[in-house]
Design a protein around this ligand. Structure first.
Ligand code: AHM
Ligand code: MG
Length: 333
C-alpha cells in the first residue's frame, strides 16, 4: 500500500478544494508536530517525571496536572514563531495568548484543549489534544478575546490527537474526516482512514451515569428508554461505554456509532454543562458533522451557537444523527 503522509494529504486536498492555503497547511503541520511531542511526553509516564499534579489551578478552578501544563507549553512554543497565527487560546489559560511582537502575525486563530481527559492522565488510559482553527477577523490589528467569539460554523479546521495504544490524528478541513496513525519509528503521520462515516445504526451510548439523579427530564426519559432495552420502546438492547476522555469516546463513535452525552443538570445553574464550547464542543461538533453525525446542546446545533465567553460551558449531545435528533426532540416537548 502506498503511504500518504499528512503533508501530501493536505496538498492533495488543496488541489481538489482550494481550501488549504500554504499558511493553513503550515499551521496544521505544526499542530500535528506538537501533538507528536505531547505523545512522546505522555508515553514516558513516570520515567519522564511527567505524572501527578502541577499544584496549580486553571481558570475553571480545576487542578492542573503536570502534563496539562506541559502540553499547553508545547503547543504555545510550537505555534508562536511560524507566522501563521495571530493568537491562541487554551483551556489552561485565562485569556488569549497573542503572538509576541518579535514574530510576524498571521491570519489564523488557534484554540485548544491541550490534554483532554485529565482524570485519566495518571492511570494510563487514553487521553488527547483537541484543537480548532478560526480565521482572524479582517480588520484585526491586535487580537482580543472578542475576535475568538465566532460560531463553530466558521471553523476552517478542527481535529484531535488521541494518545492511546496507537497515537492517532483525526482531522477535518470541511471536506470529510480523515485519520492518520503516527508511525513511531519514522516519526510521521500516515493516512490510515479516509472519509470516516459514523454508522447510523447504533446500540451504544456514553454518559456519566453517576449524575443520573441530577439530570433534567428529557435526558432521563431518553436514557430510561435505552436502558429498557429490547422490552422497551426502542425494541433493542443498548450497551453503555464511558471512557471519561471525550477524545476516546468520540473516536469510538466515529468508528462504531453511538451517542455521547454530557448534559447540563440541576446542580449549579451557573454551570450549564461541563464541557467547553470553544475548544471541546465546537471542534468535536465539526468533526462529527463532517462524518455524517449531529451535535446539539439539546436545543440547537452546537456550531450555530454565538459564543459569549472564551470558556463558556454547554450541554453536549453528539454522535449518530438519529439518536442526537431523538434526544434533542425530547428537549422540545
Ligand atoms: P478535562 O478537559 O478537564 O479533561 O474535562 C473534560 C472531560 C472529557 O474528556 C470527558 O468526557 C469528561 O470530562 C469526563 O467527565 P467525568 O469526570 O464527569 O466522567
Ligand atoms: Mg477537556
Amino acid at each position: 500500500m502506498k503511504r500518504i503522509g499528512l503533508t501530501q494529504h493536505l496538498i492533495g486536498e488543496q488541489r481538489l478544494h482550494n481550501n488549504i492555503p500554504a499558511e493553513l497547511r503550515l499551521l496544521l503541520e505544526v499542530v500535528a508536530r506538537a501533538c507528536k511531542t505531547i505523545s512522546h511526553a505522555v508515553g514516558k509516564g513516570a520515567l519522564g517525571d511527567v505524572l501527578g499534579s502541577a499544584h496549580s489551578e486553571n481558570v475553571q478552578g480545576e487542578v492542573q496536572k503536570k502534563l496539562d501544563v506541559l502540553s499547553n507549553e508545547i503547543l504555545l512554543e510550537a505555534n508562536e514563531w511560524g507566522g501563521h497565527l495571530a493568537a491562541m487560546a487554551s483551556e489552561e489559560m485565562e485569556t488569549i495568548h497573542p503572538i509576541p511582537n518579535r514574530y510576524p502575525m498571521g491570519e489564523y486563530l488557534l484554540l485548544f484543549d491541550p490534554l483532554d481527559g485529565s482524570s485519566n492522565i495518571d492511570v494510563n488510559v487514553s487521553i488527547g489534544t483537541i484543537f480548532s482553527v478560526l480565521r482572524a477577523p479582517d480588520a484585526m490589528v491586535a487580537p482580543t478575546e472578542q475576535d475568538f467569539l465566532q460560531p463553530g460554523s466558521r471553523q476552517v479546521a478542527a481535529g484531535y490527537a488521541l494518545y492511546g495504544p496507537q497515537t492517532l490524528l483525526v482531522l477535518t478541513t470541511g471536506h470529510g474526516v480523515n485519520c492518520f496513525t503516527l508511525d513511531r519509528e519514522m516519526g510521521s503521520w500516515v493516512l490510515t482512514q479516509r472519509q470516516m462515516q459514523i454508522p447510523e445504526e447504533t446500540k451504544e451510548f456514553a454518559i456519566n451515569a453517576s449524575n443520573t439523579r441530577h439530570w433534567h427530564p428529557p435526558v432521563t426519559r431518553y436514557v430510561d428508554e435505552l436502558l429498557a432495552g429490547s422490552t422497551g420502546p426502542r425494541g433493542k438492547d443498548f450497551n453503555m461505554r464511558w471512557v471519561a476522555s471525550m477524545v476516546a469516546d468520540v473516536h469510538r463513535i466515529l468508528n462504531r456509532g453511538g451517542i455521547f452525552m454530557y448534559p447540563g443538570d440541576s446542580r449549579d445553574p451557573s454551570m450549564p454543562g461541563k464541557l467547553r464550547l470553544m475548544y471541546e464542543a465546537n471542534p468535536m461538533a465539526f468533526i462529527v458533522e463532517q462524518a455524517g453525525g449531529a451535535a446539539t446542546d439539546g436545543r440547537q446545533r452546537i456550531m450555530d451557537i454565538q459564543p459569549e465567553k472564551l470558556h463558556q460551558r454547554l450541554p453536549v449531545f453528539l454522535g449518530s444523527a438519529r439518536e442526537v435528533d431523538l434526544v434533542t426532540g425530547y428537549h422540545a416537548v
